[in-house]
Design a protein around this ligand. Structure first.
Ligand code: GLU
Ligand code: MG
Length: 455
């Protein structure tokens, strides 16, 4: 229940409360992700579950515009006056270890209407817009993070093999607990590995509907936070925890089906892509510069985006192309989930609901406006000369925070697809970062915000 006024049967509610109490749950936490991509929360004793889901808990509008340095980026519409309600979604509630349960929340006005800046509500609306065109999406997230000391300092790894077996063994207890706690909370991880960067790990979540899938990212990050603390560690979800070393992405895989038939397979275009599939890819690639502020908008996002870092900094697509912002994965025996696209440019400073909403809205816009995909880029786009890139129409996406946020602010497309209020809060918090930290060197910035997006 994300939109309408929650109607919860009293008996079902009491049953749920006793079920939770039997599992040792004392506190129920409801969280929201704001425009800075940070997680904020309220909690109640378990007996107050009904109040949290029905009338919700009060939250000042300024929650939307809290910044990563603890400041507030007020806008014309967001002032210290007013209040909204955070309501938990009972269907998505999960018991955790340590006497806690968690549920995602959606934000409502005092009159019970969906708040225009609720990013979870926005993603649900995009899902509904897809449904009006008989389209259904599945989204699968990858989470990359770097383990650090509790104060954010790098761990003293004497040696690190990228994608190595040794990293999995060095952190075996952490990985075991991660898998066990995720399973207990209803998440069956697809895979876990040691990533390229020192102390960097990655796991993948199974595909699910967009809102459900974004919810599971937050749940997974909570569990990472709980397990890391157990080992006196923290997980950095900064896009660039240690500049000069590889960054962390938050890649999202998307598949779409029209009337139940996949649009990225079984068609007559290259790799079996259908016309709808090509239109969706075309819409995403054309719109990336407009919505990049939702995907890689933070003050440290640009530090990750260098060509050669597999962060998808080139606005193009290609089969299994890790330098393309849209990597195409064909279906078949090696890919039982079926053909899909991976949007690699997204980083973990993004609000995950907003990032999914932006990409799906561009895909839908591509389909409804009958776009086609640009020519596939085969091979490393970084190996093309500037002239060849221009000829192929491949842009390098900007790594400059000001360029990225100015493009979002002035984008008619982003405003039309996602709404002025969502654009304005995002621009406000990201401009605050740019103005407040103008002139800071990149090491100082990375240091300051290494744990900003951790839970
Ligand atoms: N860490 C890379 C990034 O910043 C991605 C590496 C990979 O392809 O998994 O997106
Ligand atoms: Mg990876």
């Amino acid at each position: 229940m994300t939109e309408a006024t929650a109607v919860i049967d009293e008996t079902a509610l009491n049953l749920k409360i006793s079920e939770l109490q039997n599992k040792g749950v004392r506190i129920v936490i409801g969280s929201m992700i704001n425009a800075s991509g940070i997680a904020m929360a309220k909690s109640v004793p378990v007996a107050r579950l009904g109040a949290f889901s029905r009338s919700g808990m009060g939250t000042a509008p300024v929650w939307d515009v809290f910044t990563i340095d603890g400041g507030i980026a007020l806008t014309d519409k967001i002032t210290p006056v007013g209040d909204r309600r955070l309501r938990i979604d009972l269907e998505a509630l999960r018991a955790l270890s340590g006497g806690r349960a968690w549920a995602p929340t959606s934000i409502f006005t005092q009159d019970g209407l969906p708040a225009s800046t609720c990013t979870r509500g926005l993603l649900k609306r995009i899902e509904d817009q897809l449904a009006e065109k008989n389209l259904t999406a599945l989204v699968g997230h990858e989470l990359e993070f770097v383990l650090v000391n509790p104060d954010g300092r790098a761990l003293d790894e004497s040696y690190w093999t990228p994608y190595g077996l040794s990293g999995l063994l060095d952190r075996a207890a952490f990985v075991d607990d991660l898998v066990i706690e995720m399973a207990a909370a209803g998440i069956s991880l697809e895979q876990v590995h040691a990533e390229y960067g020192c102390s960097q790990f990655e796991f993948s979540l199974p595909p699910a509907s967009p809102v459900e899938s974004a919810d599971s990212v937050i749940l997974a990050k909570i569990i990472v936070g709980i397990v890391a603390r157990k080992y006196n560690l923290r997980a950095s979800f900064s896009p660039s925890p240690f500049p000069g070393s590889v960054g962390s992405g938050a890649h999202q895989h998307f598949s779409l089906a029209r009337n139940g038939s996949p649009i990225f397979a079984g068609g007559s275009n290259v790799h079996g892509i259908t016309d709808d599939g090509g239109a969706a890819i075309g819409g995403i690639i054309a719109g990336l510069p407009d919505v990049q502020g939702f995907l890689t908008g933070s003050i440290v996002s640009g530090l990750r985006l260098a060509p050669g870092a597999w962060s998808g900094a080139f606005a193009c697509w290609g089969l299994e192309n890790r330098e393309a912002s849209v990597r195409f994965l064909a279906g078949g025996p090696s890919n039982p989930h079926g053909a899909n696209i991976e949007v690699k440019i997204i980083d973990p400073s993004a609000n995950v609901y907003l990032a999914s909403a932006a990409v799906l809205a561009l895909a839908l816009d591509g389909i409804t406006s009958g776009r086609s995909a640009p020519a596939e880029i085969v091979g490393d786009p970084g190996a093309l000369s500037e002239e060849e890139r221009n000829e192929a129409g491949v842009k390098i996406l900007s790594g400059d925070p000001k360029t990225i946020i100015d493009a979002l602010d002035t984008s008619r497309l982003a405003r039309q697809l996602l709404g002025d209020d969502i654009v304005d809060i995002t621009v406000a918090v990201r401009r605050h970062e740019q103005v407040t930290f103008a002139g800071e060197n990149i090491e100082a910035l990375a240091d300051k915000f290494r744990l900003a997006w951790s839970i």
